[in-house]
Design a protein around this ligand. Structure first.
Ligand code: AMP
Ligand code: ZN
Ligand code: FE
Ligand code: FE
Length: 282
């Protein structure tokens, strides 16, 4: 069984429509894929329709941008929550709106030094999509300023760049509580991705587990080897699900569907635990 529980479509910063993502999952011989766009569930219906067409299992999900009081970025995956839950919906809407004004302000800054306008960025944004730095990167690529998203992130768009701005993001403990209250299964995404910046200290893990965190994404290309060991031990001690996933973004990142996978027993437990919405498992 090939089960990949973390993939993005152009509902956020992936490059394929949800339907094309499901086609790509079928072509990659995945049995199950989770759609986990940033701060949005708008891809759930088209993904489900395509999942039925291709006979690929679908776990509807999302990835919530969070930030600790100390400013450490935390990404929380939510699987199978009730998407009509008002408290959760309010939280992701707030994050999505904050992302938009932040991106506009970053482009304002960039436009002082580069031939770049908001129109250039929105050309790479599907209608209603959650905007992120990857879309600004796409505009920089189109303008011939950088070669690809990766180069943009390594230079003009790093968190240390003068053009960088942060945006409102939920506290991770609050996010875990909101996901649980919406019947979803919260899993800490790439918790040991030290190349992306500071990682959460053990106290943050403890607080999130106490709040109802149910899993950690261990097998992810951005987690360090040492970090994975630490996570496995934590998962054993605290009874957390261990997942593995690609964090596929289409052509926007080198990550390939199925490059990391989750055990069938774990998927079964996730599906059994969730009460918010159903999985499609043909
Ligand atoms: P943002 O949430 O707007 O700050 O942008 C972060 C997003 O950019 C994350 O979802 C990552 O998947 C993506 N990202 C981070 N680093 C890179 C990179 N080097 N190349 C392409 N995408 C990246
Ligand atoms: Zn992303
Ligand atoms: Fe992430
Ligand atoms: Fe992701």
């Amino acid at each position: 069984m090939m089960i990949d529980l973390h993939a993005h479509s152009n509902v956020s910063d992936g490059t394929q429509t949800p339907a094309d993502l499901l086609a790509a999952a079928a072509a990659a011989r995945l049995d199950v894929v989770a759609l986990t766009d940033h701060d949005s569930t708008d891809g759930w219906e088209p993904a489900l329709e395509a999942a039925r067409q291709h006979g690929v299992g679908l776990i509807p999900g999302m990835e919530i941008s969070c930030k600790t009081a100390d400013g450490v970025s935390v990404h929380l995956l939510s699987y199978l929550h009730d998407r009509s839950n008002l408290a959760l919906l309010e939280e992701i809407t707030r994050a999505k709106d904050a992302r938009l004004s932040r991106a506009e302000r970053m482009v304002d800054r960039l436009s002082q030094d580069y031939p770049l306008s908001w129109d250039d960025v929105s050309a790479h944004l599907a209608p209603g999509a959650t905007v992120g730095r990857p879309h600004i990167a796409d505009a920089l690529v189109a303008a011939g300023i950088v070669a690809d998203r990766n180069e943009a992130f390594a230079s003009i768009l790093t968190a240390q760049s003068p053009y960088f701005l942060s945006h409102y993001a939920a506290d991770p403990v609050t996010a875990v509580q909101l996901v649980r209250a919406a019947g979803g299964v919260p899993v800490f995404a790439h918790p040991m991705a030290s190349t992306r910046g500071r990682v959460a200290p053990p106290e943050v893990f403890q607080d999130m587990i106490d709040a109802g965190l149910l899993g950690v994404e261990v097998d992810h290309r951005d987690n360090t080897a040492q970090g994975r060991q630490w996570l496995r031990k934590l998962a054993r001690e605290r009874g957390l699900f261990v997942t593995g996933s690609s964090d596929y973004h289409g052509a926007g990142k080198p990550n390939l569907l199925g490059e990391n996978v989750t055990a069938p027993e774990v998927l079964e437990q996730i599906v059994d635990t969730a009460t918010g919405s159903g999985a499609y498992l043909p």
